[in-house]
Design a protein around this ligand. Structure first.
Ligand code: AMP
Length: 175
């Protein structure tokens, strides 16, 4: 995995202790978002890592997954699909509940957003315990599409999320 050449971008991730709850070390991506050359490198690396896999859709997870998923989809020349919090999607949707590092939640996909024949790349900002991305993977598969990979700006490897995904995991920056 080509993560090492991007390691200097770690300086653009700000550690915020005890946010949003005591004991959580929050990885603040706003300095990275504010740096166009850094974002360009990260998005290009994420897209390049998934070329040649026949990706037909990028599913980005609300909300910070949109910030990386849309540019990766554009770079790959495929459509973007938002996985949203419950009640936000206007059309018929399928829902998957999950537990995460600091709470419980659910996400939804429009039922016609992906389907049989689609090859999906799931994108989010941070892979922590993996509950969120695993729910997205499950939703995509429930709709009959294939998950060819999951891509993250940041993987917190010590939380053991990757094995929960049952799909190849790519991360730009690993802790
Ligand atoms: P998880 O389901 O535990 O893998 O959590 C992943 C989701 O929660 C992602 O959408 C992240 O935006 C967010 N998240 C979890 N832990 C952190 C963290 N330490 N720093 C920043 N975001 C986090």
């Amino acid at each position: 995995m080509p993560s090492a050449p991007l390691d200097d971008l770690k300086r653009l991730i700000r550690d915020v202790p005890d946010f949003p709850k005591p004991g959580i070390m929050f990885k603040d991506i706003t300095p990275l978002l504010a740096d166009p050359p850094a974002m360009h490198r990260l998005i290009t690396a994420g897209a390049d890592a998934h070329r040649g896999l026949g990706v037909t859709r990028v599913v980005g997870i609300e909300s910070r997954g949109f910030l990386f998923g849309v540019p990766v989809a554009l770079a790959l020349g495929v459509g973007f699909v938002p996985a949203r919090k419950p009640g936000k999607l206007p059309w018929k949707a399928v829902r998957q509940a999950y537990g995460l590092e600091y709470g419980n939640d659910a996400i939804e996909l429009h039922e016609d957003s992906v389907g049989p024949g689609d090859r999906v790349l799931v994108v989010d900002d941070v892979l922590a315990t993996g509950g969120t991305a695993a729910a997205a993977v499950t939703l995509v598969r429930r709709l009959g599409a294939e998950v060819v990979g999951c891509a993250f700006a940041i993987e917190l490897g010590f939380l053991g999320g990757a094995p929960r995904l049952d799909a190849p995991v790519w991360a730009a920056l690993r802790w």
